[in-house]
Design a binder for this molecule. Structure first.
Ligand code: ZN
Length: 89
Protein backbone atom coordinates (compact mmCIF):
# COMPACT_ATOMS: atom_id res chain seq x y z
CA UNK A 1 0.00 0.00 0.00
CA UNK A 2 1.05 3.57 -0.55
CA UNK A 3 1.78 5.54 2.60
CA UNK A 4 -0.79 8.16 1.57
CA UNK A 5 -3.44 5.51 2.34
CA UNK A 6 -2.84 6.33 6.00
CA UNK A 7 -4.95 9.46 5.46
CA UNK A 8 -8.08 7.39 4.86
CA UNK A 9 -7.60 4.08 6.69
CA UNK A 10 -9.69 3.55 9.83
CA UNK A 11 -10.07 0.59 12.17
CA UNK A 12 -12.88 -1.67 10.84
CA UNK A 13 -14.06 -2.39 14.39
CA UNK A 14 -14.35 1.07 15.97
CA UNK A 15 -13.69 3.37 12.96
CA UNK A 16 -10.81 4.97 14.84
CA UNK A 17 -8.53 7.20 12.76
CA UNK A 18 -5.61 7.72 12.41
CA UNK A 19 -3.98 4.31 12.80
CA UNK A 20 -0.30 3.85 13.67
CA UNK A 21 1.95 2.53 10.91
CA UNK A 22 4.96 0.27 11.54
CA UNK A 23 7.07 -0.27 8.44
CA UNK A 24 9.05 -3.46 7.92
CA UNK A 25 9.82 -3.26 4.19
CA UNK A 26 9.33 0.08 2.47
CA UNK A 27 10.50 1.59 -0.81
CA UNK A 28 9.52 4.87 -2.44
CA UNK A 29 6.60 5.42 -0.03
CA UNK A 30 5.15 1.95 -0.72
CA UNK A 31 4.85 -0.45 2.22
CA UNK A 32 5.52 -4.05 1.19
CA UNK A 33 5.47 -5.47 4.72
CA UNK A 34 4.38 -3.83 7.92
CA UNK A 35 1.61 -3.48 10.43
CA UNK A 36 -1.15 -1.08 11.30
CA UNK A 37 -2.15 -0.61 14.93
CA UNK A 38 -5.34 0.87 16.36
CA UNK A 39 -4.51 2.62 19.65
CA UNK A 40 -8.18 2.65 20.62
CA UNK A 41 -8.89 -1.12 20.63
CA UNK A 42 -5.25 -2.41 20.45
CA UNK A 43 -5.91 -4.45 17.32
CA UNK A 44 -3.15 -4.91 14.78
CA UNK A 45 -3.59 -5.41 11.04
CA UNK A 46 -0.77 -6.97 9.02
CA UNK A 47 0.40 -5.55 5.72
CA UNK A 48 1.51 -8.55 3.63
CA UNK A 49 2.76 -8.28 0.04
CA UNK A 50 1.59 -4.66 -0.06
CA UNK A 51 -1.99 -5.43 1.05
CA UNK A 52 -3.31 -4.21 4.42
CA UNK A 53 -5.45 -7.04 5.78
CA UNK A 54 -8.21 -5.25 7.66
CA UNK A 55 -10.93 -7.76 8.52
CA UNK A 56 -13.30 -8.19 11.45
CA UNK A 57 -12.07 -10.71 14.02
CA UNK A 58 -14.28 -13.58 12.82
CA UNK A 59 -12.84 -13.42 9.30
CA UNK A 60 -9.19 -13.15 10.31
CA UNK A 61 -6.74 -15.97 9.56
CA UNK A 62 -5.20 -16.76 12.95
CA UNK A 63 -2.62 -19.22 11.61
CA UNK A 64 -1.30 -16.78 8.99
CA UNK A 65 -1.25 -13.89 11.45
CA UNK A 66 0.55 -15.85 14.19
CA UNK A 67 3.21 -16.79 11.62
CA UNK A 68 3.44 -13.12 10.67
CA UNK A 69 4.01 -12.18 14.33
CA UNK A 70 6.64 -14.90 14.82
CA UNK A 71 8.51 -13.80 11.66
CA UNK A 72 8.44 -10.14 12.69
CA UNK A 73 9.09 -10.48 16.41
CA UNK A 74 12.13 -8.23 16.11
CA UNK A 75 10.60 -5.76 13.63
CA UNK A 76 7.45 -4.70 15.46
CA UNK A 77 6.90 -3.03 18.83
CA UNK A 78 6.26 -5.01 22.00
CA UNK A 79 2.67 -3.70 22.22
CA UNK A 80 1.87 -5.59 19.00
CA UNK A 81 3.98 -8.71 19.50
CA UNK A 82 2.99 -9.45 23.10
CA UNK A 83 -0.20 -7.44 23.68
CA UNK A 84 -2.22 -6.80 20.51
CA UNK A 85 -5.73 -8.04 19.90
CA UNK A 86 -7.23 -10.29 18.70
CA UNK A 87 -4.11 -12.39 19.34
CA UNK A 88 -0.44 -12.03 20.12
CA UNK A 89 2.57 -14.19 20.99
ZN1 ZN B 1 -9.78 -0.22 16.71
Amino acid sequence: MNKTMMNILACPIDKNHPLELYEIIEKDNVIFEGALFCPKCSRFYPIIEEIPIMLPDELRNKKQEMEFLICNKKNLPEKIITMARPWHL
